[in-house]
Design a protein around this ligand. Structure first.
Ligand code: URA
Length: 435
């Protein structure tokens, strides 16, 4: 088999078969296919598109290029969850203990943040002592003992995707639905769960800016999951403003804890109940979404999800007092600065991407992989879309430790906020559910 013939075939708009994708991915990972040939094939795929069958085949080959985590030692149906990335997205910290409290084992691998979106691992590390680098043995043993563990990526997961993603980034081939779907799903399938729930974000702070693209991405990923023998569902949710109020690591842990106590912001709480319900359906704890919502609400109001959070934090070396007393235990910034409204009116725009970049400039995120983050800093939105605001009232609070990029962050935050005379509708947090 020759790479030249594979590129030519795709260039001429003919579908490739499994052996050809396998050859491409394995030889590329082994360093025997040069970047220029891989880039040529990527561009041919980008222009000619992949059929559904080809998308499933490419995903499988990328999954097979590295380690696949074996969770069979953990009894029960394992349900995983993945978000396509948003600003202020702290759902895993609520859902993992909530689902575990229902008796569904949660063995979750999470990532760090890059760019305007944060990562669950960075957020959890703001809890003093919390360990995110579990060995495979510790990871499996934790789930068997207490029903839940979250670790940073272990092993060599989907190296074919890792290498191709970096190449796509510099060859203008990122924004193709089949390539995005296969990239995400190759890693999710390799993580070993029996069922997968996808939270596909749509809006200004998301990869997918419009509902049509989000639906197409969600449908493609659901198809890949189901064709690969994993029961998969997707929820499409709004990302036209930050999720909840807090953006920044310790600030988000605080909000996740409040939500587990039933005192979280409305949009975030609704999303957690909806995603929780879908995971309970996938894990066969309930028959339908309505029963799932009911059970998810009960797990919060009864304190069972909170109790599981405490055990989870303790088990991974974190200070469990954080649940009762996050004000004392979590790191706090030295300084706070209010962003005041300049006019009376209604909040009609809160550009999530700019707010995410603003938080990153304060030190809550990374622009490059090697950047260090400050767990204490970030932004808390005091107003959300559609809410009235008076001149001089605070729209957002900046939590600051280092003033180096403060001016730029303030400018960006100000430019992300629009106040209008007329009240705009507050977007529905849940857009679609795809089963
Ligand atoms: N996230 C991924 O993991 N891959 C993509 O291609 C896009 C977003």
């Amino acid at each position: 088999m020759r790479m030249y013939d594979i590129i030519k075939k795709k260039r001429d708009n003919r579908a490739l078969d499994y052996k050809e994708y396998k050859f491409f991915i394995d030889e590329y990972v082994a360093g025997r296919v040069p970047d220029y040939q891989a880039a040529a094939l990527l561009m041919a795929i980008f222009i000619r598109q992949l059929s559904k069958e080809e998308t499933v085949m490419l995903t499988k080959c990328m999954m097979e290029s590295g380690d696949c985590i074996d969770l069979t030692a953990i009894p029960g149906v394992k349900v995983d969850k993945h978000s396509t990335g948003g600003v202020g997205d702290k759902t895993s910290m609520v859902l993992a203990p909530l689902i575990a409290a229902a008796g569904i084992p949660v063995a979750k691998m999470s990532g760090r943040g890059l760019g305007h979106t944060g990562g669950t691992i960075d957020k959890l590390e703001s809890i003093p002592g919390f360990r995110t680098e579990l060995t495979t043995g510790e990871f499996i043993d934790s789930v068997k003992r207490i029903g839940v563990a979250i670790t940073g990526q272990t092993g060599n997961i989907a190296p074919g995707d890792k290498k191709l993603y970096a190449l796509r980034d510099v060859t203008a081939t990122i924004d193709n639905i089949s390539l995005i779907a296969s990239s995400i799903m190759s890693k999710k399938l390799a993580a070993g769960a029996d069922c997968i729930l996808l939270d596909v974000k749509v809006g200004s702070g998301a990869f997918m800016k419009d509902i049509k693209g989000a639906e197409e991405l969600a449908n493609t990923m659901v198809l890949i999951g189901n064709s690969s023998g994993r029961k998969t569902m997707a929820v499409i949710s709004d990302m036209n403003q930050p999720l909840g109020n807090a953006v920044g690591n310790a600030l988000e842990v605080r909000e996740a804890i409040d939500t587990l106590k039933g005192k979280g912001p409305e949009d975030f709480s609704v999303l957690c109940i909806e995603l929780g319900a879908a995971m309970l359906v996938l894990g066969e704890k309930v028959k339908d979404m309505e029963q799932g919502r009911e059970l998810a609400r009960h797990l919060i109001s009864s304190g069972k999800a909170g109790e599981k959070f405490v055990r989870f934090v303790e088990n991974q070396g974190g200070d469990p007092r954080v649940f009762e007393n996050h004000n004392e235990i979590l790191p706090k910034s030295k300084e706070q600065l209010e962003i005041m409204a300049e006019n009376h009116g209604y909040i009609s725009g809160l550009d999530a991407e700019r707010i995410g970049i603003g938080a990153m400039l304060l030190g809550a995120g990374r622009s490059r992989k090697e950047d260090r983050i400050d767990p204490a800093v970030g932004i808390v939105m005091n107003k959300k879309l559609g809410q009235p605001v008076r001149k001089g009232e605070s729209i957002a609070t900046l939590h600051i430790n280092d003033r180096e990029n403060l001016e730029q962050a303030v400018q960006l935050l100000r430019s992300s906020i629009t106040v209008s005379e007329r009240q705009a509708a507050n977007p529905e947090i849940i857009k679609r559910i795809i089963e």
